[in-house]
Design a protein around this ligand. Structure first.
Ligand code: ADP
Length: 531
C-alpha cells in the first residue's frame, strides 16, 4: 500500500499556533487526513482521546464553513469559548442567544469569517438555520457525540434521528461522525442513519494504561469511599452516585468529615451547578460528588481519582466517567463499588423512565442488555483493562496489565479454583442445563429441597460436592464463570445456566479460569469489631 500523503505544513502550523500542540496523535492524523480529503468518516475515540481537534483543525485550514452538531448547549458553549480564546473564529446558534448575538453570528456566517458554527440537531432541522448554512456554502458537517443517533447506544436522543435529513440539506458536504461508543451495532447504526458514504472508519486505542481500576463489592460505602479519598489526600477527584439524594447525602457526610467536597446534579439550579463546576476548575474544591449529569466539558486534567459509589448503567458511561481521571497522563485510580442491589435499582429506573417517555420496547431491551454487560464486568474477575478494551471491540494481549485489582494481586484467588470451576460446570451438565443459579447452588451444597427430591437431583454425583462453601461465595463464582464466558446465563424471566464449548474446554483441562474470593460484609464486620 502506498504511504498516505503527508498532511499540509499549514495544518501543523495552525495546530501549533492556535492549540500549542507540537504533534498530532496517530488517529487524529488519520481523521484529519480524511476530513481534508473531503471523505466521510466515522471516528471512534475514547473520552480524552482528542476528538475535537479532528474537526476543528481542518476547519481552520480548509476554508469554507464547518457545521458542528452537538447535543448540549453547555458543550457548544465550552467549545466556542475555547476556540474564540485561541483565535479561531467560531460561533453557535442556540436558543440562549439574544437578538444582537444572533445577528452578529449570522453576519459572521454570511461574510465568511466564521469557520465553525455549532448547533443542535433540532435547531438545524426545524428552523431556517439550515437555509442560512446552505447559503453560506457549508462544506463539512461534523456530528459530535454521534452515538446519540442510535437506539442501541447508551445515550439515545430522538432529536438526533432527524439528522437522517442531513444529506437532503447538504448534498455536497462531507459528513463526519465522532463518538466514544464503538460497539459494532452502534457503529452500523450511525453510518446508516447519517447516510455516510463509504466512510473512513477509524477506531482509536481505548486502553488508558495510566488508570488503575479497582472493582469491589460495596460493603460499607462511607468507609470505602474515604479509604480512596485518604489515599489521595488533597488531590482532585469525582465521586459518582446513582441518585440526586445519594449525592446530597454523600456531600453532607464528606463535608462534615472535613473534605472539600461540592455537589453536582441536574436537580440543582444553574447557578449552583456553575458554582461547583467553577470551584472545581479553579482548584477551590477537591471533590465533586455528582450524578452522571457532571461530566461533559469538565476542564481539569489532573483528576487523580474517580469513585463510583454504585454501578453505572452502561460500560460506555463507566468508560467515559473513569476517562475523566488522569487526562494529564499521570497515574490515577478508578474505584467502582457495586452490589447486586444496583442492578435492581437501575432496572427500575430504566423501566420507569421508559414508561413515562413511552419509549420503544427495543430501547428498554437494549438498556437492560447494557446493564447486564456492566454487571458482568463487575462480577467477571477478568483483567479490567482487558475487559474494557474488548468491550470496545479491540484485543488486549498483555497477560498482566499491572494496573487493576486482579492483576495487582489485591484480590485473593480461590485455592484450586479450576477444580471448583469444574465442579460447578459439571453440576450444570448433570442438571441438563435446565435450571437457574439458585438450584445449581442448592445441588452443589447438598440441599434437600422439594425440587431437588422431585427431580431426583439428590442422587446426582455432584449433589453436595461443594457442601462447605457459603451460598454467597458460590453465587459470586458462578457469576465469575459467566463473566469469563465459560458459562452462559440465558432466558429473561427465569434465566437458566447453559454450557458452551469453553465450558467443556475447562472441564477437559484445556482452558484456564480463575475464581476470586470476594470480601464479604460479615468478614469485614468481624475484623472491624476486633480492631
Ligand atoms: P475528547 O473530545 O475526545 O474527549 P478532547 O478533544 O477534549 O477529547 O481532548 C482531550 C485532551 O487532550 C484535551 O485536554 C486536549 O487539549 C488534549 N489534546 C488533544 N489533542 C492533543 C495533541 N495532539 N497533543 C496534545 N494534547 C492534545
Amino acid at each position: 500500500m502506498p504511504a498516505p500523503a503527508p498532511l499540509p505544513p499549514a495544518l501543523f502550523a495552525a495546530v501549533a499556533r492556535h492549540w500549542g500542540f507540537s504533534s498530532l496523535r496517530p488517529i487524529q492524523e488519520q481523521a484529519i487526513r480524511a476530513s481534508l480529503a473531503g471523505r466521510d468518516s466515522l471516528v471512534v475515540m475514547p473520552t480524552g482521546g482528542g476528538k475535537s481537534l479532528c474537526f476543528q483543525a481542518p476547519a481552520v485550514v480548509r476554508g469554507g464553513l464547518t457545521v458542528v452538531i452537538s447535543p448540549l448547549i453547555a458543550l457548544m458553549k465550552d467549545q466556542v469559548d475555547n476556540l474564540t480564546r485561541i483565535g479561531v473564529p467560531a460561533a453557535r446558534l442556540d436558543s440562549t442567544l439574544n437578538a444582537a448575538e444572533r445577528a452578529s453570528t449570522a453576519e459572521g456566517i454570511r461574510n465568511g469569517t466564521t469557520r465553525l458554527v455549532f448547533t443542535s440537531p433540532e435547531r438545524l432541522v426545524n428552523t431556517d438555520v439550515f437555509r442560512m448554512l446552505q447559503n453560506a456554502g457549508a462544506n463539512t458537517i461534523a456530528v459530535d457525540e454521534a452515538h446519540c443517533v442510535s437506539h442501541w447506544g447508551h445515550d439515545f436522543r430522538p432529536e438526533y434521528r432527524q439528522l437522517a435529513r442531513l444529506r437532503e440539506f447538504f448534498p455536497g458536504a462531507a459528513v463526519h461522525a465522532y463518538t466514544a461508543t464503538a460497539t459494532e451495532q452502534v457503529r452500523r447504526d450511525i453510518a446508516q442513519q447519517l447516510g455516510l458514504k463509504q466512510p473512513e472508519i477509524l477506531v482509536g486505542n481505548f486502553d488508558r494504561p495510566n488508570l488503575i481500576f479497582r472493582v469491589l463489592p460495596r460493603l460499607d460505602l462511607q468507609t470505602q469511599v474515604r479509604e480512596v479519598l485518604n489515599r489521595h489526600a488533597g488531590d482532585a477527584g469525582i465521586v459518582y452516585c446513582l441518585r440526586r439524594k445519594d449525592v446530597d447525602e454523600m456531600t453532607t457526610a464528606l463535608k462534615a468529615a472535613g473534605y472539600r467536597a461540592l455537589p453536582y446534579h441536574a436537580g440543582m439550579d444553574n447557578e449552583s451547578r456553575r458554582a461547583t463546576q467553577e470551584a472545581f476548575a479553579a482548584e477551590e474544591a477537591d471533590i465533586v460528588v455528582a450524578t452522571v449529569a457532571f461530566g461533559m466539558g469538565i476542564d481539569r486534567s489532573n483528576v487523580r481519582f474517580v469513585v463510583h459509589a454504585a454501578m453505572p448503567k452502561t460500560i460506555e458511561h463507566y468508560q467515559q466517567e473513569t476517562g475523566r481521571a488522569g487526562r494529564d497522563g499521570l497515574q490515577s485510580e478508578c474505584v467502582l463499588l457495586h452490589s447486586g442491589a444496583d442492578f435492581v435499582s437501575l432496572k427500575a429506573i430504566i423501566e420507569k423512565s421508559a414508561e413515562e417517555a413511552q419509549t420503544a420496547a427495543e430501547y428498554v431491551t437494549a438498556s437492560i442488555k447494557h446493564l447486564d454487560e456492566m454487571a458482568r464486568y463487575c462480577r467477571g474477575a477478568v483483567c479490567r483493562h482487558k475487559a474494557l478494551v474488548q468491550h470496545f471491540g479491540q484485543t488486549y494481549d498483555a497477560p498482566n496489565c499491572g494496573a487493576c485489582d486482579l492483576c495487582l494481586g489485591d484480590t485473593q484467588e480461590v485455592p484450586d479454583g479450576v477444580t471448583v470451576a469444574k465442579k460447578i460446570l459439571s453440576c450444570v451438565a448433570r442438571v441438563k442445563e435446565s435450571f437457574g443459579i439458585a438450584h445449581v447452588i442448592d445441588v452443589l451444597r447438598g440441599a434437600d429441597t422439594a425440587t431437588i427430591r422431585a427431580r431426583g437431583h439428590h442422587e446426582l454425583s455432584t449433589h453436595g460436592l461443594l457442601k462447605s462453601v457459603p451460598k454467597a461465595d458460590l453465587r459470586d463464582w458462578v457469576y465469575q464463570l459467566i463473566g469469563q464466558d465459560v458459562l452462559v446465563q440465558s432466558g429473561d424471566e427465569y434465566p437458566l445456566l447453559k454450557l458452551n464449548p469453553a465450558s467443556w474446554a475447562v472441564m477437559n483441562g484445556k482452558q484456564m479460569v480463575r475464581l476470586i474470593q470476594l470480601a464479604r460484609r460479615e468478614k469485614r464486620g468481624s475484623s472491624a469489631a476486633s480492631a
